[in-house]
Design a protein around this ligand. Structure first.
Ligand code: PLP
Length: 404
């Protein structure tokens, strides 16, 4: 069979061990192809049911629900530790946003040693902004270098902040090699790898990490982020936000601040119980599928995007913005084009394909192996080819949007 035929894509779907997961997510529009699970994952049916039950429980139980709800951050953290992050129980908790967790961990590191702050210029904006703020607050030099490899080669650094998967290019960094290449503390942002790319923090010698749960982990818009501190570092690091949920004997109330032992010290205020329940359901689906199977399917679908790009899109002025080698790539493929923005708008408005756009000229196609199919990929690229061939991207209103 022609490897680039639709029949071949359908054959791969028929043989896909994860094919049953697709129907466990809400999908009310069979015509729309969703390739933005790397930005906001779909809603699992189990989550919809669990949230309805939990809302009812809130109504019934009111404050008497807290004895069970209060352990939700630790429960969700342990689930992620075991099935997603390769960490031990008690090394991961869930709280706040990725941005706030970055602030907490990076600030804790800067409180313990002198030296510069380093990241790569291409790192995600919020990561760079947090470092700019911390550099000013702690009177440190902030060095922006070209690549993660350059970052760990810097001398005199206290803190290096790196993303495991580059949000634009999908370039996959080597956790173990980069962590070992510097004496500085390396904080890893796993937002674009957690749930899609195998992560083994313990084996990689990583001590500090954060990441999103609303992307490949399908925990819902604004769901809280995870935070990992290796057991052997926990006693030494303190959150800059001294809150009662990080306090030893939280309900003793009258004492001065004395941080809890363990990862709980990185909690600050009352946890978002509804969102944590959603995360638990999302993480359970990921655990059930298994990260190895998810990665294998993700690689196959991203390879298909690359092959179809070469065959159909390169002649139309596209170029590949991601590594060709799957071993160096996360779970999305970026395509670049001089008219990327109007093409992106036309894809959504005229072709029913949802990618996302990152300026100035990147269209990201994300595959979420729990619910994306090979046929989705084939159809999306076929629609993309057709609309550019017909010049439909010249027919849309290409005014910039508030959210891209
Ligand atoms: C998505 C993403 C974030 C988002 O941070 P929030 O605080 O949840 O808005 C941060 N860093 C990276 C690398 C991301 O991909």
């Amino acid at each position: 069979m022609d490897p680039l035929s639709r029949e071949q894509a359908l054959a791969l779907d028929a043989a896909d061990p994860l094919r049953g997961f697709r129907d466990r997510f809400v999908n009310n529009d069979a015509q729309r192809i969703y390739l933005d699970g790397n930005s906001l994952g779909r809603l699992p049916l189990a989550t919809r049911d669990r949230l309805a039950a939990l809302v009812a429980e809130w109504g019934e139980r009111l404050v008497s629900g807290w004895p069970e709800w209060i352990d939700a951050p630790a429960r969700a953290g342990d689930l992620l530790a075991e099935h997603v992050l390769g960490a031990r129980p008690g090394e991961v908790t869930v709280a706040d946003s990725t941005t706030v967790n970055l602030f907490k961990l990076c600030s804790a590191v800067l409180d313990t040693h002198a030296g510069a702050i380093v990241t790569d210029r291409g790192n995600f904006p919020t990561d760079r902004y947090v470092l700019e703020g911390l550099a000013a607050r702690h009177a440190r030099e902030l060095r922006l270098v070209e690549t993660p490899a350059d970052a760990v080669a810097e001398r005199g650094a206290a803190l290096v902040l790196l993303s495991h998967v580059d949000y634009r290019t999908a370039e996959l960094a080597d956790l173990a090699a980069l962590t070992a290449a510097t004496d500085a503390d390396v904080v890893w942002d796993l937002s674009h790898s957690a749930g899609a790319v195998p992560v083994d923090l313990r084996a990689a010698g990583v001590q500090l990490a954060v990441g999103c749960t609303y992307k490949y982990l399908n925990a819902g818009p604004g769901a809280p982020a995870f935070l990992y501190v290796a057991e052997e570092r926990q006693a030494q690091l303190r959150s800059p936000i001294w809150g009662w949920f990080g306090q030893r004997d939280q309900f003793a109330m009258e004492r001065d601040y004395d941080p809890a032992d363990g990862i709980a010290r990185f909690q600050a205020g009352t946890p978002p119980v509804l969102a944590l329940a959603a995360l638990e359901e999302g993480a359970k689906l990921t655990a059930e599928a298994g990260i190895g199977a998810l990665r294998a399917k993700s690689v196959a679908m991203c390879d298909l995007i690359v092959a179809l790009h070469d065959a159909w899109l390169a002649p139309l002025g596209f170029s590949l913005g991601s590594p060709r080698d799957a071993a160096r790539r996360g779970s999305h493929v970026s395509l670049r084009h001089l008219e990327a923005w109007p093409i992106n708008v036309a894809l959504i408005e005229r072709a029913g394909v949802v990618p996302d756009f990152r300026g100035p000229d990147w269209i990201r196609l994300g595959v979420a192996p729990l619910y994306t199919s090979h046929a989705d990929v084939w159809d999306a690229l076929d629609r993309l080819r057709g609309l550019v061939e017909r010049g439909e991207h010249h027919l849309v209103d290409a005014a910039p949007g508030r959210v891209t």
